[in-house]
Design a binder for this molecule. Structure first.
Ligand SMILES: NC(=O)c1ccc[n+]([C@@H]2O[C@H](COP(=O)([O-])OP(=O)(O)OC[C@H]3O[C@@H](n4cnc5c(N)ncnc54)[C@H](OP(=O)(O)O)[C@@H]3O)[C@@H](O)[C@H]2O)c1
Length: 234
């Protein structure tokens, strides 16, 4: 039996759960199913994470600038409002954050600032502001990217943010001790994105494969470290 068989009306286990009077809430606690906010849920990676977590039986609250409730991680006040509206949650997965590509001599002050305000501080603020919102034992899963380890030309601003996020995760996890877990996933280029960029997409994993890494990070017990997709380690 899989956990989500209990929540799927098409499965016999669902009828057994119903007839034994177990509420959805009790089922969730018993099978450690969580309420998880996925920020960037409509994006290439976020959509795949949302789909997988729901398949596994978790309740997912989708977050982006166009969801209800909305969240703009570039705006600290918007993060507060989002947490107020979602109520207590068990985990936050962030697959959002803007950053700029460009050669070092062409990147502008505004582009560097965008990277800092959005992908870097946006995710750090999700953690800072979530400390009083997440249920004890909860997890924050952030997104960096492999450019922190294996940069390409024109990725200096992105690599800066990804490496900075990893430093934050390693150090902040020490302060969080056993109360919350904190991890950073460094995805490689994703197949769907390579296709969009008209690049050869054959070396890259599909977003669905990347989502497996996020789901394992949410439900596992590691903290304070970077996480990579198998075969795409630095
Ligand atoms: N795709 C890749 O190959 C790849 C590889 C390595 C790392 N990454 C990293 O993974 C993350 C997600 O990438 P992706 O390609 O999946 O992105 P994407 O397809 O462009 O989707 C971005 C998602 O984030 C939301 N979003 C954008 N700005 C936001 C903000 N300020 N506040 C809240 N939500 C916001 C978008 O929805 P709205 O526009 O409606 O807000 C959308 O749901 C990025 O940090 C990226 O650097 C991506």
């Amino acid at each position: 039996m899989r956990e989500n068989d209990l929540l799927d009306p098409g499965q016999p286990w669902y009828r057994i759960r119903k007839s034994s009077g177990l509420t959805r809430q009790v089922t969730r606690v018993f099978y450690q199913l969580m309420k998880i906010a996925v920020i960037g849920a409509s994006g290439t990676i976020g959509k795949a994470i949302t789909l997988l977590l729901r398949k596994q039986g978790h309740e997912v609250v989708e977050g982006s600038r166009s969801t209800q409730p909305p969240i703009d991680i570039d705006q600290p006040g918007s993060i507060d409002k989002f947490y107020e509206e979602t109520g207590p949650i068990d985990a936050v997965v962030c697959a959002a954050g803007n950053a700029a590509f460009g050669a070092l001599d062409s990147l502008t002050d505004d582009q560097f600032q965008l990277c800092i305000n959005s992908k870097l501080m946006g995710q750090i603020n999700l953690v800072r502001k979530g400390l009083s919102r997440l249920n004890p034992g909860g997890a924050f899963i952030l997104t960096g990217g492999i450019f922190a380890y294996k940069p390409w030309p024109q990725t200096s601003a992105i690599a800066m943010v990804n490496a900075g996020l990893e430093g934050f995760v390693k150090a902040a996890a020490l302060d969080l001790e056993a109360k919350f877990r904190l991890l950073i996933v460094h995805p490689p280029l994703v197949k769907e994105t390579a296709t969009q960029m008209k690049m050869d997409d054959s070396p890259w994993p599909a977003a669905a494969q990347v989502a497996e890494v996020y789901a394992a990070a949410v439900t596992g017990n590691e903290t304070g470290k970077p996480v990579f997709l198998n075969g795409y380690n630095p």
